[in-house]
Design a binder for this molecule. Structure first.
Ligand SMILES: [Zn+2]
Length: 59
C-alpha cells in the first residue's frame, strides 16, 4: 500500500494523509511550528489516490 504523507514546508514534520483528511485543515504538530496544513496541499494525484483507496487507509 502506498503511504501518503505531507511534509510541513516550515519545519519538515511529516503528517499522514489520513490525519489531514480527517481534519482538512490542521495546525502542524511540530514543536513550536505555527504552520497550518491543508489536505489540498497534497499533490492532486496523491489526493485522488487517497480518496479512491480511503477505505484501506482507515486504521
Ligand atoms: Zn511544521
Amino acid at each position: 500500500m502506498r503511504i501518503i504523507t505531507h511534509t510541513c514546508p516550515a519545519c519538515g514534520t511529516i503528517v499522514a494523509a489520513n490525519e489531514l483528511e480527517d481534519n482538512r485543515v490542521m495546525k502542524c504538530p511540530g514543536l513550536d511550528c505555527q504552520e497550518v496544513l491543508h489536505f489540498e496541499d497534497l499533490p492532486e494525484n496523491a489526493r485522488e489516490h487517497f480518496l479512491e483507496n480511503r477505505d484501506r487507509y482507515q486504521i
